[in-house]
Design a protein around this ligand. Structure first.
Ligand SMILES: Nc1nc2c(ncn2[C@@H]2O[C@H](COP(=O)(O)OP(=O)(O)OP(=O)(O)O)[C@@H](O)[C@H]2O)c(=O)[nH]1
Ligand SMILES: [Mg+2]
Length: 277
């Protein structure tokens, strides 16, 4: 039986740890088993129960305090992730959970881990070799959609992650609740963006890179390369909708036994069936 995993990724502070915590709470109500693994060696705070925590293997302080390494926080983080990659058997032991389990991996926010450093790709390959179906949930702060050039930049980051990881990929817009009323009204426009129009509204439309932004916007538009799913924690339906999209991407549930099969049969029902037979 396959297992299921979401790599929760995205820029620093985009809401990855909050997402893991909210999804766990949402699934608890549905009586769905979802575990979380913290893969951020620099994590200081999260409020979900962890199945496993990379800080037990290596902590960012270890990398920074080592007098032969002399790493700062960014180099230290990359070092920690590479250390994980050379100790995948540790992770395999930690993931020794029941079959058809579902795991969220709360990843670090350093974007180069997803765009050109091979560690996350190696992690994906390992998870696949352990029978996991993996989907990336790429979180992006909704503030990235409020102007055209930010949108192009956010979309390109999402795209390069998609191309690098080569797994089903769902882009998620977080912090919608922080948008102003006017911005929220415009949400449809952000989700099906007319990039051309958005770029035209830029105050700096004569800017040096305006033409380049416009050309990239056309490319993204013409090939329908990047789409975003809005996530608003104050709206339960938006969590359900997002989870359904991710489940579909990894075909979660297709191999599950129908629940009724395991339900104890009511003796009265059995009598009815027998007499009918
Ligand atoms: N209002 C609001 N705040 C949010 C939302 N998601 C996250 N936050 C806040 O944004 C801040 C950063 O959230 P985290 O979940 O720690 O973000 P992260 O991506 O895990 O951050 P790093 O691990 O440092 O990359 C916290 O203060 C959260 O409470 C959201 O949907 N709405
Ligand atoms: Mg985090």
């Amino acid at each position: 039986m396959p297992k299921y995993a979401q790599l929760v990724i995205g820029p620093a502070g985009s809401g990855k740890s909050t997402y893991c915590s909210k999804i766990v709470k949402h699934c608890e109500v549905l009586k769905r088993v979802v575990h979380v693994v913290n893969l951020d060696p620099a994590a200081e705070y999260f409020d979900y129960p962890v199945l496993s925590d990379i800080r037990e293997l290596i902590n960012i302080e270890d990398a920074m305090e080592d007098s032969s390494l002399h790493f700062g926080p960014n180099g230290g983080l990359v070092f920690c992730m590479e250390f994980l990659a050379s100790n995948f058997e540790w992770l395999e032991d930690q993931l020794d959970v029941a079959e058809d389990d579902y795991i969220l991996f709360d990843c670090p926010g350093q974007i180069e881990l997803y765009t050109h450093i091979p560690v996350m790709k190696q992690l994906v390959k390992k998870l696949e070799s352990w029978d996991f179906r993996v989907c990336a949930a790429f979180l992006l702060d909704a503030q990235f959609l409020v102007d055209g050039s930010k949108f192009v930049s956010g979309s390109l980051t999402a795209l390069s992650t998609m191309v690098n990881l080569e797994i089903p990929h769902v882009n998620v817009l977080t912090k919608l609740d922080l948008l102003s009323k006017a911005a929220r009204k415009n949400i449809d426009r952000y989700l099906e963006p007319e990039l051309d129009a958005m770029l035209m509204e830029e105050t700096d439309s004569q800017g040096k890179f305006h033409a380049l932004n416009k050309a990239i916007a056309h490319l993204l538009d013409d090939f329908s390369l990047v789409h975003f799913v809005p996530l608003d924690y104050t709206d339960e339906e938006s969590i359900t909708d997002l989870l359904m999209r991710i489940d579909m991407a990894i075909q979660y549930g297709e191999d599950l036994e129908p629940k009724e099969m395991n339900d104890p049969v009511d003796p009265e029902d059995r009598q009815d069936t027998e007499s009918y037979e």
